[in-house]
Design a protein around this ligand. Structure first.
Ligand SMILES: CC(=O)SCCNC(=O)CCNC(=O)[C@H](O)C(C)(C)COP(=O)(O)OP(=O)(O)OC[C@H]1O[C@@H](n2cnc3c(N)ncnc32)[C@H](O)[C@@H]1OP(=O)(O)O
Ligand SMILES: CC(=O)C(=O)O
Ligand SMILES: [Mg+2]
Length: 351
């Protein structure tokens, strides 16, 4: 038997480590805002930025130069203590360097020992199989015990190799620490030998074209989404495991329109949130990952028409039954969560 027994799955992996969660804490995580923690100027903005986002992440991995890795780690620990993350309800995460790098061990040990009381989630890059999660799980449990933490730190994996995609279900189920998984479109494109230099989004050459016209006139064609398969697979793996799927980075910072469309496709397919790399992407993520007030109004009509969630009803010419009741509940519950944090949207949903 290669799996743990149901009874041992939820046991702490180290004497003195906190009990793993049986249910994930319900949190609004529309955007994970990436901060380069080695830059004094950007780090100084964190206390003002924290109330405007759902999650701030101190990035230690790619985009941080090798000679700034120690400074980034120190900056991340400083960030942990710059704001009352646990008290004020903005998530504090860090993306550590990958498991085979010279920095992983120090990243994780220093974060847990010096900032573990504020840290919600460790993002693990380039996860290829459940063994990566198991190794980090045991290591973090030992550090949690040493630090005397009473609340478990969760894991978020990035799906950014072909091998990781092939094992995404096993990764999602690997530990009760798993909180979610994000798409890593840049490394994944390289791993798959996709022919693109873009970070997420579409590509002008990836299209479908209509059949030839009898009169020889120009044939219409339209761009397709090269990430559709991966996002759909990611959502199924995560929701099967009771965790959340996330889009990832959209690298064309200047193209907010394309960014919004890519985020919206991910939202519609089931993702809970995305990454923001630049302050301009925060408002886009907030808009996209909060349900539309008209959709919320319609969802609540369905719930009101079928109070016990059974039977059949007609609303505005559309058939409703037990299944559409569940769809409506997804939207209504998300609206309640958004409203608990955002007074403007609370008013829009109440109207
Ligand atoms: C494939 C992957 O792994 S993706 C994840 C790794 N990449 C990252 O984490 C990148 C994070 N983002 C960044 O480093 C930056 O946004 C960059 C490099 C992309 C662009 O930076 P800039 O060229 O400085 O952008 P720009 O000039 O538009 O910045 C405007 C202001 O926003 C600030 N800013 C830019 N990015 C951020 C950020 N992520 N968080 C907070 N503030 C930021 C800048 O410091 C600048 O402030 P100022 O007006 O006080 O000078
Ligand atoms: C997100 C990330 O790390 C990537 O796209 O490679
Ligand atoms: Mg990557």
């Amino acid at each position: 038997m290669s799996q743990k027994t149901p009874r041992s799955f939820f046991k702490p992996l180290s004497i003195g480590a906190p009990e793993p969660y049986r249910e994930l804490p319900v949190k609004l995580e529309r955007m994970i805002h990436f901060v380069p923690p080695h830059l004094d100027k950007v780090r100084a903005k964190v206390p003002d930025m924290a109330p405007t986002v759902d999650v701030i992440l101190a990035n230690l991995e790619d985009a941080i130069p090798a000679d700034a890795k120690d400074a980034a780690r120190a900056g991340a620990i400083e960030m942990a203590n710059m704001y009352d993350w646990q008290g004020k309800g903005t998530g504090f995460w860090s993306r550590v360097n990958c498991l085979n790098s010279p920095w992983f061990q120090d990243d994780v040990s220093e974060l847990v020992l010096k900032a573990g009381h504020q840290l919600d989630v460790i993002m693990l890059p380039k996860v290829e199989g459940p063994w990566d999660i198991h190794f980090a799980d045991q290591y973090v449990a030992q550090l949690e015990a040493k630090a005397g933490l009473t609340r478990p730190i969760l894991f978020h994996a990035i799906l950014e190799t072909a091998e990781g995609v092939a094992r995404v279900e096993e990764i999602a189920l690997a530990s009760p620490r798993m909180q979610g998984i994000s798409l890593g479109p840049a490394d994944l494109a390289a791993s798959r030998k996709m022919k693109t230099t873009r970070v997420g989004g579409g590509h002008p050459f990836y299209r479908v074209i209509e059949d030839p016209k009898e009169d020889g006139s120009a044939r219409l064609s339209a761009q397709q989404d090269p990430w559709h398969y991966t996002i759909a697979r990611l959502v199924d793996a995560c929701r099967m495991a009771g965790i959340n799927a996330f889009y990832g980075p959209f690298g064309d910072i200047g193209d907010l329109e394309a960014c919004e469309q890519q985020f919206r496709n991910a939202f519609l397919l089931g993702c809970a949130g995305t990454w923001s790399l630049h302050p301009s992407q925060i408002a886009v993520a907030k808009r996209v990952f909060s349900p539309d007030p008209e959709e919320v109004k319609f969802a609540r009509k369905i719930l009101a028409a079928m109070p016990d969630g059974s039977g059949v009803a007609m609303i505005d010419g559309k058939m409703q039954d037990d299944a559409t009741w569940k769809q409506a509940k997804v939207i209504s519950d998300l609206a309640d969560l958004v409203a608990s944090k955002d007074p403007d949207l609370a008013a829009a949903y109440a109207g």
